[in-house]
Design a protein around this ligand. Structure first.
Ligand code: PHE
Ligand code: ZN
Length: 885
């Protein structure tokens, strides 16, 4: 653990490295407690760096055994060596070599950064700064090197030996029980993309022939016995490879592409060149153990990591401030892939839901930061929804602004110009400015100003003139370190419709301001704090469909009438806004109910909304997945975000519960009939259409059961008899909301059935952690002593503690502060082992300032207890300090 007083790293301080490392030859002898690493580096002074500077290599907890410069031993003690740094004073002025021997203890590595053990395998994680836990190095993404790696191990301990690139040799070492493999990666890469895996693993293999006819060997390595569960991931991989050729013109470049699934992993997956390492949750799927959502996520994460081969690996980041250059862009690419593989409309709704649930609260709270941060204390804490999800929205918005053709031309230019380099956001944006002829200076503010812009719109219809005037006003609240914001460029996709769904042409006069381009595309651009537009030739007051497809990551405030919202829910030709109108309607209703409940009254009931949902159900056969999205209603956290301040989670829960009950009783017959009509028989198919039907069927049962006790019988029967996980877990999830014997029976049965399937047991923990009842915390405490629980497995910790902190609004925010105290205590406990996961858990406090005063005080007290600890990791320290700022 680092103890020096932390200084922020600033983008403004960027300097090119003083030395470059052209070649890295690693010779690694794997051993559980004493792995020996010999790194042979070819260095030279960087013409762009400072001449004659000391060579300062990064380390993190390293044990140096030997050090040679140009073949001559260096006195370890005469040079400045600490576990965290190796300084060589005035090294040669011409190319030179270093040989560094270190010794590692992978079995003792609980941070899961650098070389560690997961199950029976050795594996590595180097992004962002894990390579320095393997050897001393210039651990920064702008140092690109060609790697050769020789791995040696006991044949029985690690019969499989993998690293980046192509395998050039493998053999048994005669006279011993050992063997080795040599891997060579011809593409220069930063060290964060280095990886090795050793272990006794099963595999499935396949091949892919690229557009230009090269055959690539594909392998997915998993625990023995799990091979069949990797088939869907392999299928997704081949589809992703084809799609990137067709849509972005990007071909794969090595002869081999390997993926390894491990069960101990801090994040989702990692794009190491030619050797992706995955959290097994994003590889393993069988109909019996994975839900439809799991399948969709596997497809998306497989694609995401594969797409990094071009956006991240072939072109990498100059420094970690440019993280969104690879992550935002790659998320955008995986969103597009999923949209093409599934329903574009439904994917868009799901992606925006995620953005609003994860990123909007971040932007509205103490952890708000730019998509491209200006400074950081701990880079691990910047793998955020802002960098990833908002970063993806910015790319999408760029495409909306310049059009699909110019977007593709800009991408082509970017690939052609920066291949093999470490690039910046400016260089990326400049490519699009160049091909589109557009000045993107103002657009770039999206990268340097945090916070979610608010766009307020007022409409005035003049019946005599048959004209509609729209007044737009944009603003953005202050965020940490940013009191004043400059106006953003905001594309607002717009449509005007009649109440029965006819589409009006957009017609403006010469003085009204909309350009011909805006009229043709339907995308209005806001660039100033205010803008007024008038549309003509409107014989009736139109329904205004604003921000179609969610054309910009903003929050929109427009007082549409209830009639408008009902009409939009029924008719808007933009399906995103059809969904949005239903959500807006529900949100308003819920907000009124919250007010009434807090004033001691009852929730509001609204037969019109129930009626609108009845129509949605009637139309649902045409698009079940869409109907399921409408039925999902805004979540408790969505409602809290809309309220914004003085939040009372219990009132929100009560309002939402009342609305669900009103729907369940008002539409009991329809829901029951729909549930019956969507009954499945036959084999499981993970495709989007089948998944959509299951989603609707389960949403119907969920709402039905909210008001009708016999729903529990249906849910229990479904849980017991469903052959596949999606329906099984849906049944269990419904039962989980209703205290009683059925629920306890079901949880027991589930455990018995799945006790040998870790990913299914994660779901078991998570569902119990989310039970929205007093007593949830006692259940969680008891579950922590369950033999299947382990705080050191990140998936398990997230399943129990993470699901509670992020998904159980009423109990995490229990008015006695017990939820806050519990999570804070776990964070401190976990911090000693795995700071990265601990810091992420602490992120659950990101909206604490928006709570009502009593809870706010308790949350703050819990955070103060964390900050008072004196052995905090930099990761947790950074989050808690910013949270309290
Ligand atoms: N680069 C990985 C991804 O998004 C995420 C990751 C970051 C994984 C840091 C591990 C450590 O694809
Ligand atoms: Zn990524």
């Amino acid at each position: 653990m680092r103890t020096d007083v932390a200084q922020p790293i600033r983008l403004a301080d960027y300097r090119p490295p003083d030395y470059l490392i052209d070649r890295v030859d690693l010779d690694i002898r794997l051993d559980r407690q004493a792995t020996r690493v010999i790194a042979r580096l070819k260095l030279r002074p960087n013409p762009q760096g400072k001449t004659g500077a000391d060579l300062v290599l990064d380390g993190d907890g390293l044990r140096l055994k030997r050090l040679l410069l140009d073949g001559a031993p260096l006195d370890i003690h005469a040079n400045f060596v600490t576990p965290d740094r190796l300084t060589i004073a005035s090294p040669p002025h011409e190319p030179f070599s270093l040989e560094i021997e270190t010794e590692l203890n992978p079995a003792a590595n609980t941070q899961l950064m650098g070389l560690y053990r997961s199950g029976s395998a050795y594996c590595t994680q180097c992004e962002a700064e894990g390579f320095r836990r393997i050897t001393y190095f210039l651990d920064r993404p702008d140092v690109l090197s060609v790697y050769s790696v020789r791995l040696e191990a006991e044949q029985t301990d690690a019969p499989i030996l993998l690293s980046n690139g192509n395998r050039t040799a493998t053999a048994a070492i005669e006279g011993t029980s050992r063997h080795f493999a040599v891997w060579h990666d011809p593409f220069p890469k930063p060290c964060y993309l280095f990886a090795l895996v050793g272990g006794d693993l099963g595999a499935i293999h396949d091949t892919f022939t690229t557009a230009s006819g090269r055959e690539v060997q594909l392998g997915i390595y998993v625990e023995h016995g799990k091979e069949p569960s990797a088939a869907y991931a392999m299928d997704a991989l081949k589809r992703a490879m084809r799609w990137d050729e067709e849509v972005f013109g990007r071909e794969y470049d090595l002869d081999v592409f390997n993926i390894v699934a491990v069960s101990d992993f801090n994040m989702g997956a990692m794009e190491n060149k030619g050797l992706n390492v995955f959290n097994d949750k994003y590889i393993l799927a069988s109909p019996e153990t994975a839900t439809d959502t799991d399948y969709a996520q596997i497809e998306a994460v497989i694609a995401h990591e594969y797409f990094h081969n071009w956006t991240g690996n072939r072109i990498t980041c100059r420094d970690w401030f440019q993280l969104c250059l690879k992550e935002g862009l790659t998320v955008f690419r995986d969103h597009e892939f999923s949209a093409d593989m599934r329903s574009r409309a439904v994917r868009r709704i799901a992606d925006v839901r995620t953005l609003r649930a994860q990123q909007f609260p971040e932007d509205a709270g103490p952890l708000a930061h730019n998509v491209r941060p200006d400074s950081y204390y701990e880079i691990n804490n910047f793998y955020t929804a802002t960098v990833y999800e908002k970063g993806a929205e910015l790319i999408r918005m760029l495409k909306v602004l310049i059009g699909a053709k110019a977007f593709r031309a800009g991408m082509d230019l970017y690939f052609a110009r920066y291949d093999g380099t470490a690039a910046t956001v400016e260089q990326f944006i400049a490519c699009f400015a160049e091909v589109s002829g557009r000045d993107l200076t103002q657009f770039s503010r999206w990268y340097s100003q945090s916070g979610t812009p608010l766009v307020e719109v007022e409409a005035h219809y003049d019946a005599a003139a048959q004209a509609l005037t729209l007044d737009f006003r944009q603003s953005c609240k202050k965020t940490p370190g940013q009191d004043e914001k400059l106006p953003f460029v905001i594309p607002i996709e717009l449509g005007l419709l009649s109440h029965d769904g006819k589409i009006f042409d957009l017609v403006t006069g010469p003085q009204d301001g909309a350009s011909a381009h805006e009229l043709a595309t339907g995308v209005i651009e806001l660039t100033e704090p205010r803008r007024r537009l008038t549309f003509h030739a409107l014989p009736e007051r139109p329904v205004v469909s604003l921000l179609r497809g969610f054309s910009a990551p903003i929050s929109l405030c427009y007082a549409a009438s209830e009639d408008d919202l009902i009409a939009q829910t029924a008719h808007d030709s933009d399906s995103f806004n059809r969904w949005q109108a239903s959500q807006t309607y529900a949100t308003r209703l819920l907000l009124r109910s919250v007010e009434r409940i807090r004033a001691g009254g009852a929730a509001e009931s609204d037969p019109r909304f129930i009626d609108a949902l009845r129509h949605v159900l009637k139309a649902s056969p045409a698009d079940p997945a869409f109907a399921a999205q409408v039925l999902a209603l805004p979540g408790e956290a969505d409602i809290a975000r809309e309220i914004g301040a003085n939040v009372d989670p219990d009132a929100i829960f009560a309002a939402r519960k009342a609305l669900r009950e009103a729907i369940g009783s008002g539409l009991a017959d329809e829901l029951r009939a729909l549930y019956a009509s969507l009954a499945e028989d036959g084999a499981y198919s993970p495709d989007a259409a089948a998944a959509g039907r299951r989603a609707l069927r389960n949403a119907a049962l969920d709402l039905y059961t909210a008001a009708n006790p016999d729903g529990r019988t249906l849910a229990e029967a479904q849980f017991t008899h469903a052959p596949f996980m999606t329906d099984k877990i849906a049944g269990l999830g419904i039962l989980a909301l209703h205290a009683g014997a059925e629920r306890e029976r079901a949880f027991e049965a589930y455990y018995e059935f799945y006790k040998n399937e870790p990913l299914a047991i994660d779901k078991w923990f998570a569902l119990q952690a989310a039970i929205p009842e007093a007593g949830a915390l006692e259940r969680i405490r008891a579950l922590m002593t369950h033999p299947a629980f382990s705080l050191s497995n990140p998936n398990r910790a997230r399943a129990l503690i993470g699901a509670f902190a992020a998904g159980n609004q009423t109990q995490f925010n229990a008015p006695d502060g017990s939820g806050y105290d519990f999570v804070a205590a776990i964070v401190l406990q976990l911090d000693e082992k795995n700071p990265q996961v601990a810091a992420r858990l602490l992120g659950a406090f990101k909206s604490w300032r928006a709570l009502e005063p009593h809870r706010r005080g308790l949350a703050e007290a819990a955070l103060r207890r964390v900050i008072a600890q004196n052995r905090l990791s930099p990761d947790v320290k950074d989050i808690v300090e910013r949270s309290l700022n």
